[in-house]
Design a protein around this ligand. Sequence first.
Ligand SMILES: [Zn+2]
Ligand SMILES: [Zn+2]
Length: 311
Amino acid sequence: MGQQRTRRRFMKDCSTSAAALVALSATEPDVGAAATAREGTPYLCVTCGTQFAESAQPPAHCPICEDERQYVNPEGQKWTTMEHLRSSHKNIIKQEEAGLYSINTEPKFGIGQRAFLIQTGQGNILWDCVALLDDATIARVNELGGIAEIAVSHPHYYTAMVEWSRTFGGAPIHLHEAERPWVMRPDPCIRFWTGRVHELRAGLTLVSTGGHFEGYQVLHWPAAAGGNGALMAGDQPQICMDPKQVTFMYSYPNYIPLNGSQIRHILECLDPLPYDRIYGAFFVRGKGIIPSEGKEIVRRSADRYLRAIQG
Ligand SMILES: [Zn+2]
Ligand SMILES: [Zn+2]
């Protein structure tokens, strides 16, 4: 009897707090979102930048932020819209080397990663993605040859990839099958692939390494760095403050490491690729690039990591 009452009380408390949460998320979206809410708005999560499928009200939750690899804004889940984002932010597009442009949103929005536009003789590839897509960005990307294909390393950077695809002629978005559950705005332009290696155009390949996410993928670009090759790494391997070191984490914001077999598997996947340079997802000390000896730095950093986690 006593137990039953406790359980009933618990259920009541749960439903009360759930109702409070729904009320909170409905009444306290980002100011801009509240002003422009309408039927069929693809809301964006303010903390991670993920754009969700169209809905009349902001979604109740962001599964990307609620996952233990991310975090919910301590002040509560907040939402915004592309229209609002366009009024407060802009993208800086900068050439990094021949045929490579970084796309970075300022001021920082969401996780703060950058995307890259890679020019090939057979059409351009957008690697990773950012939440903001505005007229100035569309005009500049079109000047640079548009976008033929899109690939995103992992769900933290999916952001507004479907909007980017729709704007650039329905460019296919290549994601690993293992990440299907993390797609918050499903669309026919998304092409899931399976296995370890997936070829894109002009000799560029996606390689799935697991680790940070089960279907985590890097992009190998053999023509980069004067033909020595580049690894478009996203956040794994993550370029450290010391550009002679990289690291690998299950969660970067919550400092959850990977285990030894995951690190060895990542190395085994990366080792066959010819590359010298690494481009990371973030401007670290204004760069976020390991200009040369990248492969050796990855090997050395993995050895150091394995030594550090030995029990
Ligand atoms: Zn989120
Ligand atoms: Zn991540």
